[in-house]
Design a protein around this ligand. Sequence first.
Ligand code: IPM
Ligand code: MG
Length: 363
Amino acid sequence: MSAKIAILPGDGVGPEIVAEAVKVIGCLREDYGLNVELEEAQIGGVAVDATGEPLPEATLRLARQADAILLGAVGGPKWDTIERPRRPEQGLLAIRAALGLFGNLRPAILYAELAGASALRPEIVADLDILIVRELTGGIYFGEPRGVRTLETGEREAYNTLVYRESEIARIARLAFALAAKRGARLCSVDKANVLESSGLWREVVTRLASEYPQVEISHLYVDNAAMQLVRAPKQFDVIVTGNLFGDILSDCAAMLTGSIGMLPSASLDERAKGLYEPVHGSAPDIAGRGVANPLATILSLAMMLRYSLNQPQLAERVESAVGRVLAEGYRTADIYTTGTRRVGTREMGDAVTGALRTGASC
Ligand code: IPM
Ligand code: MG
């Protein structure tokens, strides 16, 4: 039976980069017998324009039916001034919540060829391979009560709630422990337990669970220190687990260690490993439609989909090594270009990856 992939290109550079990942899927179907069917739907600003909603019913229905979802990006200046519930970003938050995609995996891997693109000295980032596991459906992003109220003085006050249940903490911690056990066996839990009750509970639950994973070495850091350590000596980390807001911030920070956010994929998983896969970068409205965006983060997100939701780890590795190969051959989009390499556009980069995949095909 074929697996169904929902394709949600979204806004800005989304359609351009997703088209290249779809090209790669085409190649996997033809040359490697991957049995999948694709169906496209709208999300984000394009959906707001077409239906008035950033996550239309039809899109949510398709996402629920699908085995996996590939998303480009949402948002852009055109929709920044409309009321908050209808903004494109709400479509993304709503699909995460509706599908229970609590486990956000954000690897930050530095390809040797791109060491020069990092803002940090090559010896600090060489061979960097970190995985950030961010809780994605709880914490201050979704906590109630939230809102803006007017005080008796007439002054307005805005408030949000940072709330975590034991079961929510345990669920993300177990995912992180299991992932750590499969790689470097070191897990660092990041919180603000010196100030916040929700972090105190977080630390307690993670510490309790650690005894179930004796093969994994656990450590704890406060988030301010974690941010500092990430830029000071990032290679000390293997897997980091943290809450929604801290994870949002630390994952952007980790992304920049690798030189370009244009290279970084992500997976957002539910309890049964159904997932939504998207590049970590946004819709980049400034370069949208110009054919210069880097499609590699989206193609690498597809590789994560093959690994985590479609149970095709060998194909995932093939896609990842095809990406490694085009980098080794010198192909670079503008964001990772350095003198002496070969500057290409979005489409040429996608073609280079499918070309590398085809030469590696057994048939
Ligand atoms: C991310 C983004 C989103 C988030 C925005 C677009 C809502 O920054 O996926 O990291 O804050 O989660
Ligand atoms: Mg973010």
